[in-house]
Ligand binder design. Structure first.
Ligand code: MG
Length: 388
């Protein structure tokens, strides 16, 4: 832990602790121990084979949920240190934030949510955030003395970014702010924005690499334009010895690298300013302050909004990406039906939540293989995708 931890940062010494009390770890703070438990979990390893935007067969270089989580952690740790926040808690939250994702990204989540709600109108449905908490609280079974990872309250609370009132009532103190109001810790606020910085930039990078996005269109975006011009001025094509393709690839990396730096600088400067203006000096004051304190300047916020809109329209809604989306939805819905029937055979009644747990825990590859086993004649996408 840094010695100059701010008074409004989470201090491991005053943590609200774990469900099951444990002896302190030698040489690690409570949050370093939480981080290590997350890294050693099965759910964390499975992120390697879960989709971010592009399915893994589409190329070796595209981000997966695992590399996304590591990029979020890298960005958030840098900012956390500069704001004198708790870097260990920040890192633990980043590495855990996507543990609950289904196979096939958001398409998988939507399909699973629909399956649950269709059969039970009172169901909280499926939300990957709540599932991340469910994994660390219940589903990882590695210890003799408890189910889950027995993480500290602050880590569990920070994992829960969104939550409906209905779900909050079932979750207890960790979801209190969704019922009584208030804001998350600065570490949790930061992870939320670092997540956004990471995916906006790596999706842009992957989108360009895949050829689905057009560089000429991308450089017109405000968040890109000035960085692009600086790179063009510093490294004009004629001044380098690179072939055109190599030059473009290096230029793309350089522009995106600079964009990330500019956003981090803006976030650090603006957040420091907001913290000073708010005069918060304790974690409770952060929780009870009138608004979020970690954020971009208004100008940068507009740039980010434009970039997000562009990615949404040109990448996430691209026919190639959407094609994968509909295939994923069919797979998840089919699997849900089969596994739910199996749960009736085994237990005499349908077990909706445990069926959803089993499907959410699958990697893309396992989901596709399981589907092929149950529906050998239903070709969703080219078989060689998963079976070569
Ligand atoms: Mg994420």
């Amino acid at each position: 832990m840094k010695e100059d931890l701010a008074s409004y940062a989470i201090n491991p010494i005053t943590s609200r602790g774990r469900f099951v009390p444990e002896e302190e770890s030698k040489g690690r703070t409570n949050f370093q121990r939480d981080r290590d438990r997350i890294i050693h979990s099965s759910a964390f390893r499975k992120l390697m084979h879960k989709t971010q935007v592009f399915l893994s067969h589409e190329g070796d270089l595209f981000r997966t949920r695992l590399t996304h989580s590591i990029e979020v952690a890298q960005i958030a740790r840098v900012i956390s240190r500069r704001l004198n926040l708790n870097e260990d808690l920040t890192e633990a939250l980043c590495l855990a934030h996507d543990l609950g994702h289904t196979p096939f990204g958001h398409a998988g989540q939507h399909a699973l949510n629909r399956c649950l709600r269709k059969l039970d109108s009172k169901s909280c449905g499926f939300e990957h955030n709540i599932q991340s908490l469910r994994i660390v609280d219940k589903l990882e079974c590695k210890y003799f003395n408890f189910d889950g990872l027995n993480l500290c309250f602050e880590t569990r609370e920070g994992i829960l970014k969104h939550c409906s009132k209905l779900a909050a009532k079932k979750l207890g103190d960790v979801a209190e702010r969704f019922l009584c109001g208030g804001f998350p810790t600065l570490e949790a606020q930061l992870v939320n924005i670092a997540d956004e910085i990471a995916y906006n930039h790596h999706d842009l990078d992957d989108g360009l690499r895949s050829g689905l996005l057009d560089f000429e269109e991308v450089v017109e975006l405000e968040a890109v334009k000035s960085n692009f011009l600086k790179v063009e001025r510093a490294y004009p094509y004629e001044s380098t010895s690179f072939e055109a393709g190599e030059y473009q690839s290096r230029r793309q990396s350089e522009v995106i690298r600079r964009m990330i730096n500019v956003q981090i600088e803006d976030l650090v400067t603006n957040t420091k300013k907001k913290i000073v203006e708010s005069a918060v000096s304790t974690v409770d004051e952060v929780r009870n302050y009138e608004k979020l304190l970690v954020g971009f300047s208004d100008e940068m916020q507009n740039f980010v909004k434009e970039l997000k809109f562009f990615l949404h329209e040109k990448l996430y809604k691209h026919t190639v990406v959407m094609g994968m989306t509909s295939a994923a939805e069919i797979i998840i819905a089919d699997l849900f039906k089969v596994l739910l029937d199996k749960s009736v055979e085994q237990n005499g009644e349908p077990c909706l939540r445990s069926t959803a747990d089993s499907i959410a825990a699958m990697t893309d590859r396992t989901a596709a293989l399981t589907h092929l086993r149950y529906f050998p004649n239903k070709v969703i996408w080219p078989r060689e995708v998963y079976f070569t």
